[in-house]
Design a protein around this ligand. Structure first.
Ligand code: FAD
Ligand code: NAI
Length: 463
């Protein structure tokens, strides 16, 4: 039986990063992953690289380029006879995915991580080792890292057939642009993939159960985003109760007493942890009522068994899974691995983009924390005017007593890239003053962050 210091089960952003970091720290490491691509070939990278972050952003970029062509008139550029080759667009997306999934094979070879393709199952504890089975073959290890990720949550009345009713994977592979597209769930996937197909020409209706739009986001940001999406023609209906979904000549969705037929329907109502077939019950691995692996600082109830990423819950984000992977590898090696959950950036890659780090104004007010809030619009920023995109703003929230930065919330052009400096500053417990006094290149969109920080001290210069 092959013997390792560490076996990682799951090769998504949590698992593959944990495996590489373990190997860097001198541990003999294997990573077991069962993902196969459309050709049936092993494809590392999990949800994120295969059917999540990467292909969705490739399609968001392609569709945004297409939509922007229609705005070039403002720049004095006339474009005629614009054609859309959806097959080529999908092939480009697939090529981006292949490049990155192939890149993990390269990184595994470089770092001497043993890659094992197949489904891993916990078998037993044998002395001070764990035994894992992949098919008929068994492997032993001192430590196990479980990084099995998550899958789309099913809606029993709308079974995904990946033809008419699709999940995120199907929604990234429509062979032609649906004339009408229904989306159940106005969460991150619904908004991003709904935006892709709207930009390419679909009439998109998003049906959301909750009465509030984007309840996790700062409410001013959510309001501004809702206004912009409405302007674009994305029909978002809140507080909806889906009663029936029938597939026939299209998909007919009955909600709130009315029936609407769409060419295609995306179901995006959250994700559930992957623990089926893992052997959790056989070895006594503790799961929560909702199926997440229970843990305390990544340590499960079993000796030397660790868990990270989507399968332990919390924010289901690739960068959160990656940082947990690094932390756990360092803990196993006797170091002090740590993840700061107060500084997890969120980005929704719509247009305008939505991004935030830290606490919202409404949450802080509910807690009774005295805060200073500064807000600055992109409409007063030279670079945004040059880009012809002045939608949105940045909001900086600081503790009124200490000036410590508690949250930064943004909606507008390129705001995903503006969060980097904020995360770093929050990691160092920085203040709004630190942000306001740091020089920001002119003209850049990042000046809006600086001005919002100045506004928190009531001294914005350009507003
Ligand atoms: P996963 O990526 O799910 O990987 C788990 C891997 O383990 C998979 O390959 C799975 O097949 C494998 N596996 C499961 N069980 C076993 C087993 N028993 N044996 C062997 N292998 C097993 N996050 C972001 O931060 N930014 C984004 O822009 C973003 N966009 C997204 C877009 C979409 C459409 C979706 C669906 C998700 C997106 N996410 C994004 C979320 C992100 O993909 C996940 O948070 C991330 O992939 C979680 O990483 P993970 O390693 O925990 O699990
Ligand atoms: P989500 O949790 O973001 O949104 C699901 C939405 O569906 C919620 O608003 C919920 O109220 C709604 N809903 C649930 N049941 C419903 C029903 N029966 N009828 C109507 N609406 C219903 O989940 P989503 O969009 O599936 O994405 C899963 C996760 O993947 C995200 O939470 C996020 O962690 C990750 N992700 C991250 C991205 C990013 O970082 N840019 C992009 C896409 C996904």
């Amino acid at each position: 039986m092959d013997n390792f210091d560490v076996i990682v089960i799951g090769g998504g952003p949590g698992g593959y990063v944990a495996a590489i970091r373990c190997a860097q720290l001198g541990l003999n490491t294997a990573c077991v992953d069962d993902w196969s691509n459309a050709e049936g070939k092993p494809s590392l990278g999990g949800t994120c690289l295969n059917v999540g972050c990467i292909p969705s952003k490739a399609m968001l970029d392609s569709s945004e380029q297409f939509e922007k062509l229609h705005e070039l008139g403002d720049h004095g550029i006339t474009v005629e006879n614009v054609q859309l080759d959806i097959g080529k667009m999908l092939a480009r997306k697939d090529a981006v995915v292949s490049k990155l999934t192939g890149g993990i094979n390269f990184l595994f070879k470089k770092n001497k991580v043993t890659s094992i393709h197949g489904r891993g199952r916990l078998v037993k504890r044998d002395g001070d080792k764990w035994v894992v089975a992949v098919g008929e073959t068994q492997y032993a290890a001192n430590h196990l890292i479980l990084a099995t990720g998550s899958s789309p949550r099913e809606l029993p009345i709308a079974k995904v057939d990946n033809d008419k009713i699709v999940d995120n994977a199907g929604a990234l592979a429509f062979a032609e642009v649906p004339k009408t597209l229904g989306v159940i769930g106005a969460g991150v996937i619904g908004l991003e993939l709904g935006s892709v197909w709207r930009r390419l020409g679909s009439q998109v209706t998003v049906l959301e159960a909750m009465p509030d739009f984007l309840p996790l986001a700062d409410s001013a940001v959510a309001r501004e985003a809702a206004k912009q999406f409405k302007k674009q023609g994305l029909d978002i209906q809140l507080g909806v109760k889906i009663e029936k979904v029938e597939s026939g000549n299209g998909v007919t969705v009955t909600y709130d007493g009315k029936s609407v037929t769409f060419d295609k329907l995306i179901v995006a109502i959250g994700r559930v942890p992957n623990t089926t077939g893992l052997g959790a019950a056989d070895v006594g691995l503790k799961l929560s009522d909702r199926g997440f692996i229970e843990h305390d600082h990544f340590k499960t109830n079993l000796p030397n068994v660790w868990a990270i990423g989507d399968v332990i819950g919390g924010a289901m984000l690739a960068h959160k899974a990656e940082d947990e992977g690094i932390a756990v590898a360092e803990i196993i090696s006797g170091q002090h691995g740590h993840v700061n959950y107060d500084a997890v950036p969120w980005v929704i890659y719509t247009s305008p983009e939505i991004a935030w780090v830290g606490q919202t104004e409404q949450a802080l007010k509910e807690k009774g924390v005295a805060i200073n809030v500064g807000q600055f619009p992109f409409s007063a920023n030279g670079r945004a005017l040059g880009h012809n995109d002045t939608r949105g703003f940045v909001k900086v929230i600081a503790d009124a007593a200490t000036d410590r930065l508690l949250g930064v919330h943004a909606v507008g052009p390129g705001v995903s890239e503006l969060m980097g400096e904020v995360v770093t500053l929050m990691e160092f417990a920085g203040s709004a003053e630190d942000l306001a006094r740091s020089m920001h290149a002119h003209p850049t969109l990042s000046e809006v962050v600086k001005e919002a920080a100045l506004a928190a001290g009531k001294r914005a210069i350009h507003a």
